[in-house]
Design a protein around this ligand. Structure first.
Ligand code: NG6
Ligand code: CA
Length: 496
């Protein structure tokens, strides 16, 4: 009897926990998914019914931004609430040290303070270790040292070595007799590369991705050993989704935070056979369908665990779309009328809107009312906004983010007054205006090689997005005063 009363008190308290604003939080982070790549935002080359359903029953944002137009800087800002340029952070190689200072505020640490169980499953790309990494022992510091109780990682990117999963910072399936070595310098003489053994390749690539061949795909960098631990790219959706589901089920009674960071739709785009030809756009469309399936599986698991009502899902992407990023998968040739960036100009790597304006959905049944929101929101505010949701105070800390919880939950249409769009050149939004800083520098040659316009101009650029969403007509010359104001604001942010 006493035990029974205790049990019902415990259940009552945990229900209160949920009711008071401590829902489970699942942050589904797609890779390189463009604004126009989902059905509700106008995709025509592929269907995304599961993502669309979250958007229709939640808030679908039209002006939500990743912090940067590339992966590492975006992820850094998302998890720390600080802009990545302050750490001079760019896309990291696969053997880079951990970028996040273990002493800094992080999203998982904030949520742990509110008694959340925290986990990350999928792409990391934030560096690991302190310098030289020994992949044959526990790799540290890593996710655990910045606040994740559990981690299952693609350590860097799908196109970089090492091509192995790390579970709680140890390589999965590693055999002692076959240790792993990684080199971003020289190839290992006895290990096939895309140059020495092109006949092994099932997808060709440009000259920047011709390192070690793993699973018929040459990568950036070189790797030797760990044969038994090598991943199979085609299995990513199943392996990662299962790990995510297991994490959710482990203790579904108490609040958890899951950062589900998918490989899709980054290159190499090698969909599982289940998804081949599920779009009209070749493999780039097929991996969007694959991504959509993963999202559907997460929702299915919430229903099975009977916790959908207590779960806040945020679905978004780390940067805008790119068709040709190096591997020869005919994304450009097969895209047809589909517009990966929607009506916006730009790509991954660029400061134009499509570089950072990404699909963004917030879904929380019963708590978040369905709507389309035009509020200007940015992922750099995730730490502050979720801290505010769960009642943890991060104000007074030297961070760049703001508490924009009301906008994120669709309760306010205002959002940010201004927003930094970090790229190789900096962009700044203020209301309907978009300013891009001039530079005398040339854009990196490997971007130029792909015919990508990364916005490098010696004169300032100013666009009025209310009339010119495609950023075609530079109004800087006739609006010198506005240019001056925005440049001043930008300098203030950069020099903070
Ligand atoms: C680039 C790589 C590209 C991709 C990107 C990272 C070259 C020429 N290109 O440097 O293949 O890996 O980095 O993508 O090396 S991101 O989405 O993780 O930022
Ligand atoms: Ca990316």
């Amino acid at each position: 009897m006493v035990r029974c009363a205790f049990l019902s008190l415990a259940i009552f308290l945990s229900t209160i926990g949920f009711a008071q604003g401590q829902p489970n939080i699942i942050l589904i982070y797609a890779d390189d998914l463009g604004y126009g790549d989902i059905g509700v935002n106008g995709a025509i080359g592929v269907k995304t019914p599961h993502i669309d359903s979250l958007a229709i029953t939640g808030v679908n944002f039209t002006d939500a931004h990743s912090p940067a137009s590339t992966c590492t800087p975006s992820r850094y800002a998302l998890l720390t609430g600080q802009y990545a340029f302050r750490r001079k952070a760019q896309i990291l190689p696969g053997d880079a040290p951990l970028l996040i200072d273990t002493a800094s505020v992080t999203l998982p640490k904030v949520l742990k303070e509110a008694n959340y169980r925290t986990g990350v499953v999928g792409k990391w790309h934030l560096g690991l270790g302190n310098g030289t990494i020994n992949w044959n022992e526990r790799v540290s510091p890593g996710p655990a040292e910045v606040g994740f109780d559990y981690s299952f990682l693609i350590p860097s990117t799908g196109d970089r070595v090492p091509c192995v999963f790390l579970e709680n910072q140890r390589v999965v399936g590693l055999e002692e007799s076959d240790p792993i070595s990684v080199s971003y310098d020289k190839p290992f003489p006895d290990i096939p590369t895309g140059v020495s053994d092109p006949h092994l390749l099932k997808q060709h690539t440009d000259s920047y991705h011709l390192g070690t061949v793993i699973n018929g795909i040459s990568r950036i960098g070189h790797m030797r050993g760990g044969k038994n631990a090598e991943w199979i790219d085609e299995d990513f959706p199943f392996v990662l989704t299962q790990k995510a589901k297991d994490f959710m089920a482990e203790d579904a009674e108490n609040p958890f935070f899951l950062f589900f960071s998918l490989h899709d739709i980054h290159q190499p785009r090698v969909p599982n056979v289940k998804f081949i030809e599920s779009s009209s756009m070749g493999v780039r469309g097929d991996v969007i369908a694959q991504l959509d399936w993963c999202v559907g599986e997460i929702v299915k698991q919430l229903r099975q665990l009977d916790i959908q009502e207590e779960t806040l899902i945020i679905f978004t992407s780390d940067n805008g779309p790119v068709l040709d990023d190096g591997y020869v998968d005919y994304a450009k040739e097969l895209v047809g009328e589909h517009k990966p960036g929607g009506k916006y100009q730009g790509t991954k790597y660029s400061p134009y809107e499509a570089g950072t304006r990404v699909p963004t959905i917030v879904n929380w049944p019963g708590k978040v009312k369905p709507k389309v929101s035009d509020a200007l929101v940015g992922q750099v505010d995730m730490v502050h906004s979720l801290a505010s949701l769960v009642g943890v105070n991060v104000s007074g800390k030297e961070l760049d983010g703001q508490d924009q919880l009301a906008a994120w939950l669709g309760k306010s249409d205002v959002g940010r007054e201004w927003l930094l769009e970090e790229s190789y050149v900096m962009g700044l939004r203020w209301k309907n205006w978009k300013y891009i800083q001039p530079t005398e520098k040339q854009q990196p040659w490997w971007i130029t090689d792909k015919a990508i316009d990364a916005g490098f101009r010696s004169e300032p650029q100013l666009y009025d997005l209310s009339k010119d969403s495609g950023e075609r007509e530079n109004l800087a010359e006739e609006n010198a005063k506005m240019v001056g104001r925005l440049e001043k604001k930008l300098i203030k942010i950069l020099e903070k």
